[in-house]
Design a protein around this ligand. Structure first.
Ligand SMILES: Cc1cc2nc3c(=O)[nH]c(=O)nc-3n(C[C@H](O)[C@H](O)[C@H](O)COP(=O)(O)OP(=O)(O)OC[C@H]3O[C@@H](n4cnc5c(N)ncnc54)[C@H](O)[C@@H]3O)c2cc1C
Length: 297
């Protein structure tokens, strides 16, 4: 059964989305432009997602070990193609401003467009993590952090994660034990933001490692120790760090240096297998940066 009549009913009859074009931000939009986005989403979901929903369930994500001991994630080819089609459609940045390559689409319509992917294969369609990550950076990041990290997530080059949970800390984020310490005397002078070294383990991280994109931007909750070197109890002292899998320069180019973020393993799941679920080790010295253990954030 087609989802489209239901989406059309909810969007146009119930939510009266056409009224949004009266707002200055959406002045260039109309039912026609909204429908064009829905048409594209429906087509990609039908062609690149739905036929592979069963495939991703049977071909669970797995790892191969490289000669240097690095675990490399292997996903079905269909996942790569689905991700590419989604990124090329512009949906990752649909609600963003025109001047950063977005469509200035109302979020309501973007969300409606995403419902086709959720219906076709909810586990392949895990791009919302990347949009959420980049949206957070657009609100809280510096101009350069937005330019380097958020924009390269919106344009599909890189993907994003959220690294909150730890083996001992789920709902109770006050138990977060990942530490972040200033990286040298000059730590405050890095143009990408004050530079810290992180050490800790993050558990259940969705899309925490894969080969779908050139880089992965991890947003990591960690605590900065107090003057006595101890972590402050409770939720006080928790900060959020941008920790790319591969280090980048201020132009958004990869520097060729791998950050000290290592995939420890994949978690086996009963369903929703189109995306990886990972245990990530930050700062354990598997990929030292400047000869030192510690993930740079
Ligand atoms: C498929 C999958 C993907 C995930 N992806 C990510 C990810 O990308 N990034 C990430 O950071 N984490 C991720 N997680 C982890 C997820 O966020 C945690 O599972 C969640 O925070 C709950 O923590 P927990 O599993 O330790 O459960 P617990 O916190 O131990 O909770 C267990 C039970 O106790 C209840 N409970 C807990 N605290 C209280 C309280 N104070 N009062 C009353 N009841 C309470 C809960 O409701 C629950 O029923 C993922 C998990 C799964 C299963």
């Amino acid at each position: 059964m087609s989802l489209r009549p239901t989406v059309d009913f909810l969007l146009y009859q119930w939510l009266d989305a056409e009224k949004l074009q009266a707002r200055e931000r959406f002045a260039d939009h109309s039912r026609e432009t909204f429908d064009a986005v829905l048409d594209t989403s429906e087509r990609i979901a039908r062609e690149k997602y739905a036929p592979f929903n069963r495939v991703v369930d049977t071909e669970e994500p797995r790892t191969e070990t490289e000669p240097d001991g690095t675990l490399r994630v292997v996903l079905p080819q269909a996942t790569h193609e689905a991700r590419r089609a989604y990124a090329e459609s512009g949906l990752l940045s649909a609600a963003q401003d025109y001047d950063i390559g977005g469509m200035q689409l109302p979020y309501t319509v973007e969300a409606a467009a995403n419902s086709f992917f959720a219906a076709a294969s909810i586990s392949i369609g895990s791009n919302l993590l990347t949009s959420g990550n980049a949206n957070l950076l657009m609100v809280h990041g510096t101009d350069l952090q937005k330019q380097v990290f958020a924009l390269n997530e919106f344009n599909g080059r890189w993907s994003g994660t959220m690294c909150l949970s730890e083996p001992q800390a789920g709902s109770s984020l006050s138990d977060v034990a990942t530490r972040a310490v200033p990286d040298g005397a000059n730590f405050e002078n890095d143009p990408l933001g004050p530079r810290y070294r992180l050490k800790g383990n993050k558990m259940w991280i969705s899309s925490g490692d894969h080969e779908l994109t050139e880089n992965i931007v991890h947003l990591v909750l960690a605590k900065i120790p107090g003057p006595d070197g101890k972590l402050v109890p409770g939720t006080k002292g928790i900060s959020l760090f941008i920790v790319p899998k591969k280090l980048v320069d201020t132009e958004g180019q990869l520097t060729g240096v791998r950050n000290d973020v290592a995939l420890a393993g994949l978690n086996h799941k009963l369903g929703w297998r189109g995306t990886t679920n990972t245990l990530l080790n930050f700062g354990e010295g598997k990929y030292p940066v400047d000869g030192q253990a510690g993930a740079v954030g």
